[in-house]
Design a protein around this ligand. Sequence first.
Ligand SMILES: Cc1cc2nc3c(=O)[nH]c(=O)nc-3n(C[C@H](O)[C@H](O)[C@H](O)COP(=O)(O)OP(=O)(O)OC[C@H]3O[C@@H](n4cnc5c(N)ncnc54)[C@H](O)[C@@H]3O)c2cc1C
Length: 655
Amino acid sequence: MKILFSSWNDEIIDNRGIDPVNWKDAPQVKLPTEFDKENNVIAFIGWAGIILVKNSVNIVDMCASFFDYVQNNSCGKCFAGRIGTAVMQKFLKKIAKGDGEESDLTHLEALGKNILKTAKCSVGQTSPIPILHALKFFREDFLTAVRVSKPVSNTTRYEGKWTIPCYYACPTGMDIATYIELIKEWKPLESLRVIREASPMASTLGRACFHPCEDNCRRKNVEKSISICKLKRFAWDYEDLHSISKPTNPNKHVKEDKITVIGTGPAGLSAAYYLALRGYRVTVFESLPVHGGMVGVGIPSYRVPKEILQKEVNFIEDMGVEIRYNTKVGKDITIPQLKEQGYKAFYISTGAHLSKKMGAEGEDAGYDGFIKGVDYLRDCVTTKCYTVKGKRVIVVGGGNVAMDCCRTPVRLGAEEVIVVYRRTKKELPADPHEVYESEIEGVQYTFLTAPKRIIAENGKVTGLECLKMELGEPDASGRRRPIEVKGSEFVIPADIVIQAIGQDCDLSVLNGVNGIKLTKWQTIVADPHTFQTDVPWIFTGGDVFNGPLTIVDACGNARRAAESIDQYLSNKPVSLSVPQKIDKVIKVLGAYNKYEKIGIKSGWERVPMPTIPMDERLNSFEEVETGYSLEQAIEEASRCMRCYQIAMVALEQTV
Ligand SMILES: Cc1cc2nc3c(=O)[nH]c(=O)nc-3n(C[C@H](O)[C@H](O)[C@H](O)COP(=O)(O)OP(=O)(O)OC[C@H]3O[C@@H](n4cnc5c(N)ncnc54)[C@H](O)[C@@H]3O)c2cc1C
């Protein structure tokens, strides 16, 4: 990116005094310049330095405003962070007002360095950094402010926000550090209250979330990341195990407006919950006889037990949500018909339930023993599980659906289960934890292998003809492209072939609706921040918008969409708030630096998650992980470094 100045992450790019055509690039800096339609970002100051897009900010004023925000957000847990930053704020204000002295700059520097070393939390450990950068690289501006003895220009609009790397990685925007801190302080119910501000599905997420937060946890730079996901489960389990009554909804049905939500997956349930909390009358239509979407009919109960999901759904229903099962919208009733019945807004969250084809000969022949992965898992819940006892099962695919498709027959007595994947283990898209678990349960893998033909005798599967593959150059996904090795055909004998290579969306929900755009992947087009479609009263989210993705993405979309639907029904502009716009900027810039040296000793390892013994796993659908005890949860939570950081944007009007 071409910018005037950056000291971000200690990489100094200084283009001051240079003709813009010759400006040096700042490769590490990805600062979006559009804040909203009316404002551009012209500077950014925060935990890792200063970025100036152009020369229209007074640096002294920006530092003083930044420290006002830092002071207001320092937690008070340590003297250096609370009082030290207050003294820095005082000095900066004094200089900005024109009352400063040259010696103040020396005091500021000494104080900043001291706070960096002694503060107990990262607000104190990072906030002086941009001030020290400013004093070093913009010393003349500070000296001028001191010598001229007049207030510096303070006409720029600044907006500040706390940040935290794990928070930025969570699509729900959950205040992770606070809920972990509350567990550490032995307040699990308060922790759960914080979790529920961002998602009503603490139990499901605490069991099956792929936890992008943990990949952005600064503890990872020391040893292993905090077990953020499983601590969430602990908070929910605590409430459940102690039969503590759950919170109620004081706004239940206080509004007259009726809203339709379509689908009881994580997106639909979450949207319904937040809309009910706002007082709306919400009806959720579900085509199946069971709830939960892919959590209910995809994820097997050894990962998320059905009774746990039932309790989560009961909680959402208690908030005032009505669920109507066995009703397929688009077939049994259409959106226009529901609109005529008085529903004012619609949330479409129908997921991606159609299996993609794998392009092998014979897959449409209707052979007995050839099964689509999502159908296989769903039938195990809604009708009857296909018999695999004593049989040889091949699962084609390397994603998370393939993992559930291979770990399920292991539990149902299959003689052998083999996963066939066209790249190597390194490229497997499935969660590494799932891959590990499948391996210890006895699943075998055949890598660099692609299906060519399903072999059958008398209409019954007897094997899978495969081709050997080798890896070429990276494709659009960034992974190396598999290339067929000519003449390498070979057969793997099998009684059952399960195809688990991806899903598509069934868009019959839109029957009778005009004006909704679709992507080339046949997902619904909507604003990625408000989730409003081109039909203003229809909103969407989850897999039908993202394509097959994750539970936490679906929950995050839904939380935001519920806010948008509320804005729409309250005749307010459907748009992001200022803090959400700052979040958007920080998401692009990145809040986690995997190269950062934290400077503390490693060795405080993550508390392992207890599991049931292997012989119990293989004969039942008993939940594999048993959850942390109180002592284990407190110990694990105590590893959290509370990585709060402060950021501020400087804005300039575009019109
Ligand atoms: C086998 C499997 C395992 C997975 N494991 C994980 C995991 O461990 N962690 C993770 O984060 N993600 C996982 N995922 C992905 C995750 O489950 C999905 O991303 C998530 O459930 C999407 O939520 P959703 O609400 O958008 O859609 P869904 O959960 O698919 O829910 C959509 C709901 O809409 C209903 N519906 C569809 N059409 C209609 C209609 N016309 N009328 C009424 N109702 C309709 C469906 O029956 C369904 O109940 C997994 C997916 C699969 C398939």
